[in-house]
Ligand binder design. Structure first.
Ligand SMILES: NC(=O)c1ccc[n+]([C@@H]2O[C@H](COP(=O)([O-])OP(=O)(O)OC[C@H]3O[C@@H](n4cnc5c(N)ncnc54)[C@H](OP(=O)(O)O)[C@@H]3O)[C@@H](O)[C@H]2O)c1
Length: 380
């Protein structure tokens, strides 16, 4: 099957058909807004609420975009994908923690490419189990096409040539004040206060979600921010990807200190066994966060710090930050799905098989998909 474009019954070449599941959700909307501009893409905006999907599609003002009702968990998903001639499916319908691979498997059956935004550690790390089937079907199946691990690995790959040996990766994200979607909230709150394993100085140590509270100093105007530990795919994937690395430490936080510290305190109660999980509180967290938005920062940042040896065998370190202004930070997670979808539509992604989303995009390619945003790279 040719995935750059499909052929209609009249023999006319159809544009590459991309279905965004969760297309009217928080990140889905941003991905759809970007792809609706591309003349060589036919965009299907999908979710369980067809009315919302159609209304959002109409708001894009693109003849190439249309809303559809679709349930990602439908038993006949593969049949629906074939009937609609979908070439690439972008799956944003999380949380991915606890999900299985039925959507990716339906894509393989329907011989269409699959890209998801998952941030669930074992889900992303395990996607390679579908590699043989994806190769046989001639499709790309990739998981984690978002900030972690797609952007973070692209940054490490970009800085790696300076090092002859890499020992330590310390990285993280400080969000601004924008309230994320329900799926993102459920995913993060689900591991707050729960044990997480991460590699530190060559040993796997147990830490706890949203604990390990500390201040991180970003470049102005972000400056000092509270961060805590998170359970991200990088903790599993980076020790395998970067040979010799002894520590992979990831932290994240939200820009509003009240929000961050309240989450830290509640995560502490989960850790002590006094609360089972913060996930059921997701709607409450979202309401409070929306209420705090006017007094929350509109700048956010991603940081990556590497330590190792340079090519003279001397100790070497590098610190890289991406600062987002004007509340543009929440668009950063969408860069990978947009860039990959465009590469597939242009026929510039020859890779077939199933893999976590590492090594598929360079940092330049990722940032090119976000070129319209107010972002600054800071190297130290
Ligand atoms: N890897 C990373 O760095 C990273 C960073 C940020 C976020 N993420 C991930 O991005 C995902 C999306 O986040 P978000 O903030 O955009 O969430 P969201 O606003 O809640 O969007 C999820 C969308 O999926 C749809 N949906 C849910 N279940 C569905 C189903 N069974 N079939 C079809 N559609 C379904 C929802 O619409 P209906 O309920 O109306 O169907 C909604 O539109 C999250 O899971 C999060 O883990 C990853």
């Amino acid at each position: 099957m040719q995935h750059t474009a499909s052929e209609s019954q009249s023999g006319k070449t159809l544009p590459h058909c991309i279905l965004v599941i969760g297309g009217y959700g928080n990140f889905g909307q941003l991905i759809c807004k970007a792809l609706a501009q591309d003349a060589n893409i036919r965009l299907l905006i999908g979710g369980r609420d067809g009315t919302r999907a159609s209304a959002f599609a109409a708001s894009l003002g693109s003849a190439q975009a249309c809303g559809i009702t679709i349930n990602a968990q439908a038993a006949d998903l593969a049949v629906q994908l074939q009937a609609r001639h979908v070439d690439t499916l972008i799956q944003t319908a999380g949380p991915f923690q606890g999900q299985n691979y039925t959507v990716a498997e339906a894509c393989i059956t329907a011989r269409c490419n699959y890209i998801d935004l998952a941030d669930a550690r074992s889900f992303v790390a395990g996607i390679g189990g579908l590699d043989a089937r994806a190769r046989a079907a001639g499709v790309l199946v990739t998981s984690g096409a978002s900030s972690v691990p797609a952007l973070t690995s692209a940054i490490v790959d970009h800085l790696l040539p300076e090092f002859s040996a890499l020992f330590e990766i310390r990285h993280g994200i400080s969000a601004g004040g924008h309230t994320p979607g329900l799926a993102t909230m459920l995913g993060v709150l689900g591991y707050c206060g729960k044990p997480i394993l991460r590699l530190e100085n060559g040993t796997w140590v147990k830490i706890y979600g949203w604990q390990d509270l500390h201040r991180h100093r970003y470049a102005p105007p972000v400056c000092g921010r509270w961060l805590g530990s998170c359970d991200v795919p990088d903790l599993e994937i980076f020790p395998q990807r970067y040979a010799g690395v002894q520590s992979v430490v990831f932290h994240a936080g939200v820009g509003n200190p009240v929000s961050h510290l309240a989450t830290w305190a509640l995560a502490g109660l989960v850790r002590m066994g006094l609360i089972k999980s913060l996930a059921p509180l997701a709607p409450l967290f979202m309401s409070v966060n929306r209420w705090l938005e006017p007094v929350s920062p509109v700048v956010s940042a991603v940081h990556v710090e590497l330590r190792g040896l340079n090519h003279d065998g001397k100790a070497h370190s590098k610190s890289w930050q991406l600062v987002a202004f004007d509340n543009h930070g929440p668009q950063i997670p969408c860069g990978a799905a947009i860039a990959l979808a465009r590469k597939l539509a242009d026929g510039k992604m020859p890779l077939k098989g199933a893999t976590p989303c590492v090594g598929l995009l360079t940092l330049e390619e990722y940032l090119a998909a976000l070129a319209h945003l107010n972002l600054t790279q800071v190297m130290m």
